[in-house]
Ligand binder design. Structure first.
Ligand code: SAH
Length: 247
């Protein structure tokens, strides 16, 4: 059994399958580490036309997703994944961040419902555990949000990223909640911009100190809110005070 089992419920399955089949997520599924099923909500819509939306009570623009097809699609998915945490993508939801991604990766089983149009009939909430948002922005549908959730959770599953260190050292991970230091690869000089000499030195302790200092700096500069929550060590304070070459 895969460590992370997910079922995405959408009116537009192909929007999801393309993304899920490529690169790291594609390989993770081939390796059996992650299993993602994409189900068309319309399979649960009644009638020859399989209508899944209707005009809003009270009037107003747009269409609302009917409660029955999505509720029944969720119940069928939970039948396949007993104990799954049921998420509804929504701008009103809890904002996705690395802490929530870790929580969801740990949950092991997820059912993610994608809204479209003006949103979904409120009564679907009866079978939803939690609403999740990807940010204070309005998308045309929940598919990109569902893919963000699956992507962020899947890469935390042991074995999904080739190098187990990758997920441990990057932005927002670790206790510190720092943004990540800059990266460089070949060539050593590009358009007159040189890779910092310390990275070519082979001196791993100096490289570690440089990376820590750059991470602290970029966090202080771009995310003062994260920086304010850090508990800085003596060494961190020294690094922040140090000049380019002193680290
Ligand atoms: N009328 C709604 C927006 C509907 S957008 C409102 O004003 O809040 C249609 C669907 O896209 C939503 O039901 C939801 O599933 C998805 N969606 C839009 N923005 C999102 C976001 N920031 N995070 C997660 N899902 C979102």
């Amino acid at each position: 059994m895969a460590a992370l089992e997910v079922e995405i419920l959408t009116l537009f399955p192909r929007m999801c399958t393309g993304y899920l089949g490529e690169s790291i997520l594609g390989k993770a599924q081939e390796a059996g580490l992650v299993a993602v099923r994409v189900t068309d909500i319309r399979e649960h819509a009644a009638g020859r036309h399989r209508v899944a939306d209707d005009a809003p009570y009270g009037g107003g623009a747009g269409m609302v997703m009917k409660p029955e097809p999505l509720t029944e699609a969720i119940e069928a998915a939970v039948g396949r994944l007993p104990g799954a945490r049921v998420l509804l993508t929504s701008p009103r939801g809890r904002r996705l961040d690395q802490a929530l991604a870790r929580e969801l990766a740990g949950a092991g089983r997820l059912v993610i419902a994608c809204g479209r149009y003006e949103g979904v009939d409120e009564r679907v909430r009866a079978v939803v555990d939690e609403e999740v948002s990807v940010g204070d922005v309005v998308l045309t549908g929940g598919e990109l949000a569902a893919l963000c959730i699956v992507d962020a959770a899947a890469r935390l599953v042991p074995g999904v990223l080739g190098n187990e260190q990758s997920a441990g050292q990057e932005s927002f991970s670790g206790e510190g909640g720092l943004l990540e230091h800059p990266h460089y690869t070949r060539p050593p000089a590009y358009r007159g911009m040189e890779v910092p000499a310390v990275l070519l030195s082979g001196d791993h302790r100096r490289i570690e100190r440089w990376r820590r200092r750059e991470a602290l700096r970029v966090t202080r500069e771009r995310r003062p809110d994260l920086f304010a929550r850090l508990r800085l060590s003596e060494e961190d304070l020294r690094l922040l005070g140090a000049g380019e070459d002193e680290s």
